[in-house]
Design a protein around this ligand. Structure first.
Ligand code: ADP
Ligand code: MG
Length: 715
């Protein structure tokens, strides 16, 4: 009798799905594994084995029978057991065939390490499209191509499917890196800092799995604390705000965004760019959704070490304990420039410290215990300052005098901090002989930095996160609008084949959404203009309009403060002559608005982020002042208020030199109305109310100019 075939190792019908196939596979095939030293194929296989992957590993290479003591298979579909995840490091040209075999085999996910795809040009792009079509048809999820792999340090999985040289430590930090090379650096730095990671994804070309999806996957994972992103571009930007806004309420998301690529590209293609480098728009977007942007990899790690181990500070008041003056001053300065406070300590704290510190010590904040301070002094000061009611967070600075035992000091600090609900960050300056002390502190979960500015910046990032969690997200009050009227105007222009509205049409759209305008009428002949003037009453403004006319005032097309029929007639004659060549020339006779400050309210549709709302100091100098704030649609009243208050020149709106404050509530409401308008009328791609004239008196707050452009009709 023939021996029965052994049953397959796993039930093929119970394969993990979606991102679980990626992060929690039961088996992994390394396609393109190699026996040669210093090859990616070899490194991936040995990383899987060395990390003690809790599933089964199958090397695949038609030229080998055995690889690192494992039986090697010629192709994926020759493997007798189910394969959940394929990690491929074959030449790009061989990738479609690997994908086809994987699809046939029932593989659920692929990590494509290989380069030579979209990043190399049209031929590579076609190859990537081919592979992705195969993957999609077989419902296989894909990370990469052109990446360095994925890691899941869950003890139940222990998947290191990367070719990173550094050995990851298990912890709670999740990383996504768009750059493979930087991924390597990230893992090695995390290792050196003793920073434990939960997940690591080198996203590469992001042909399938996006940052958004990873954020959602980790949103409720208790093994994930801070989420760190290195981004060059915000992929799937439309959904990013909504997802980020939600996830950042649950865990800190810290981003280093390399600005150049996106900023450069966008500044070149959109008008917004001339007003606020597109990178500024990204900055405000990230701030608006609670993502913590930092400026360097160093700051990313500084913040990560703090978030990974320390509780959030309740506020921004920092206590500093040091054994030398210089570092204390540096830390104090850094705190000051970052908006953190270094307040006086309470009487009680000072009284408690006095008997335990040398006479020469300073009992103010920073507490300078002088160089002779040993473990007892550190323990006493750390404990006392941590307890101080005026303090939300503590920085302990230590610079080694040779005669002090740094390990004993580290242990004293650990003892003093045990169980504290306030964050403690430490700085050990001077490297000699510190390794052991630093190890003790890190083991106890106290982050250690080399220079005092770094922990100060990390604390500032934590305070920002606290402020985000406490910020009232605001709401949108009910607004009465006449969407049908506005839509009718837009449709009529589209039926005419036009992509911009004339002044009258644009004004009707804005008015349908409750934006008040200075009263005005359209007129053509001198007689009509004079009649209109008589109806409206002086003082008046006369404006020339025509489809081809850009900024009217640039070319003498705006005459303000006309006080008599004569002045009005003279202005008309001058403009009639000056613009004789313009097709469709007409005139707007408008009441002179009494507002004394000019602002711009606008909207631009961004290709990546959708509608961006804009508010700034306006009028004809808006491009010179460049004092504008952006927010991504949709906004709340709290967002609108932030926009107004974030202007450099905000004081002008509050009133200077005898002028009173303009009504903030009016601006907020107008921004919300605009936000609603762009939502209801998606064909509008650009809108400017420039200027809206503001004054102390609400009734004098009026728009006097508007411009609206439509996209190409969608039908
Ligand atoms: P454009 O932007 O095409 O040059 P505007 O209609 O915005 O033309 O007018 C330019 C400037 O003229 C405004 O910034 C404002 O200072 C002034 N202005 C225009 N209309 C009025 C008005 N009705 N009341 C007071 N000032 C006005
Ligand atoms: Mg204008």
């Amino acid at each position: 009798m023939l021996p029965a075939m052994p049953p397959p190792l796993f039930d093929p019908s119970r394969a993990p799905e979606g991102l679980d196939a990626l992060f929690r596979p039961r088996s992994v095939a390394v396609v393109g594994t190699s026996a040669k030293a210093r090859t990616i194929g070899r490194e991936i296989l040995s990383n899987l084995l060395e990390c003690e992957f809790q599933g089964v590993v199958f090397p695949v290479n038609p030229h080998l029978e055995v690889c690192q003591s494992l039986r090697c298979w010629p192709t994926v579909d020759a493997i007798p057991d189910p394969v959940d995840l394929v990690v491929a490091c074959v030449p790009a040209a061989a990738m479609p065939e690997v994908a086809r075999q994987s699809a046939r085999k029932g593989v659920r996910a692929m990590v494509i390490i290989s380069a030579g795809f979209r990043e190399t040009g049209p031929a590579g792009r076609a190859l990537e499209d081919e592979v992705m079509a195969i993957a999609r048809a077989a419902s296989m999820r894909v990370v990469g191509p052109n990446c360095m792999g994925v890691i899941n340090m869950d003890p139940a999985v222990r998947l290191n499917a990367s070719f990173a040289a550094a050995r990851p430590i298990e912890g709670n930090v999740a990383f996504v890196s768009q750059s493979g090379a930087l991924g390597e650096a990230i893992l090695s730095e995390a290792h050196d800092l003793g920073l434990g990671i939960s997940y690591f994804v080198s996203a590469g070309n992001r042909a399938d799995v996006s940052t958004n999806e990873l954020l959602e996957h980790w949103e409720d994972d208790p093994r994930v604390g801070p989420i760190l992103l290195y981004l060059e571009s915000v992929g799937e930007a439309r959904r990013f705000p909504e997802i980020a806004r939600r996830v950042t309420r649950k865990k800190p998301v810290i981003v280093v965004k390399a600005g150049r690529t996106l900023a450069g590209a966008r500044a070149a293609r959109s008008h917004t760019g001339s007003l606020a480098g597109a990178d500024v728009a990204i900055d405000t977007l990230l701030g608006q959704v609670g993502v913590l942007r930092v400026n360097s990899m160093e700051d990313l790690f500084a913040a990560a070490s703090a978030f990974a181990t320390q509780p959030l500070p309740a506020g921004s008041r920092v206590g500093i304990v040091t054994n030398s003056g210089g570092p204390g001053i540096l830390a104090t300065d850094a705190c000051g420039s970052l908006g953190l406070h270094v307040p006086e300590l309470t009487e009680e704290t000072r009284a408690a410290l006095a008997p335990r510190l040398p006479r020469q010590a300073s009992l103010r904040n920073p507490v300078d215990m002088i160089a002779s301070a040993g473990p007892e002094a550190f323990e006493a000061a750390t404990a006392a300052v941590l307890r101080d009611a005026n303090i939300d967070a503590l920085l302990v600075l230590f610079i080694t005098p040779v005669y002090i035992d740094s390990v004993a000091v580290a242990e004293a600090i650990v003892r003093a901090c045990a169980g504290s609900p306030k964050p403690v960050l430490s700085c050990f300056m001077g490297k000699e002989g510190h390794a052991e002390a630093i190890r003790r502190l890190r083991e106890a979960g106290i982050p250690v930095y080399q220079f005092p500015e770094s922990p100060a910046r990390a604390l500032a990032t934590m305070v920002r996160h606290r402020a985000w969690l406490e910020r009232d997200p605001g709401s949108v009050p009910p607004l009465e609008v006449d969407a049908a009227a506005a839509r009718a105007v837009v449709r009529a222009a589209q039926a005419d084949g036009r992509t911009s509205l004339d002044f009258e049409e644009a004004r009707r759209v804005a008015e349908a959404y409750g934006i008040p305008f200075a009263r005005g009428v359209l007129a053509s002949s001198l007689e009509e203009v004079v009649d209109a003037g008589a109806d409206l009453g002086f003082p008046l403004v006369l404006k020339a309009t025509a489809p081809g006319l850009g900024h009217k005032s640039d070319r003498g097309g705006v005459a303000v403060d006309l006080r008599t029929v004569d002045e009005l007639a003279t202005a008309w004659k001058r403009m009639k002559l000056a613009f004789a060549a313009e097709d469709g020339l007409a005139f707007v006779v408008q009441r002179m608005a009494r507002g004394d400050r000019e602002v711009i309210l606008g909207m631009r549709k961004d290709e990546d982020f959708g509608p961006l709302l804009m508010f700034g100091l306006g009028g004809i100098h808006v491009e010179v002042l460049k004092d504008v704030a952006f927010r991504v649609h949709p906004i709340t009243d709290a967002d609108a208020r932030d926009m107004v208050r974030s202007l450099r020149g905000h004081a002008l709106l509050e009133g200077v030199r005898g002028k009173g404050p303009v009504p903030e509530g009016f601006i907020v409401e107008m921004l919300l109305r605009l936000d609603r308008l762009v939502q209801d009328l998606p064909d509008i791609v650009e809108l400017d109310l420039n200027p809206v004239m503001l004054s102390e008196r609400l009734t004098d707050c009026l728009a006097v100019d508007v411009r609206i452009s439509l996209g190409n009709p969608s039908t």
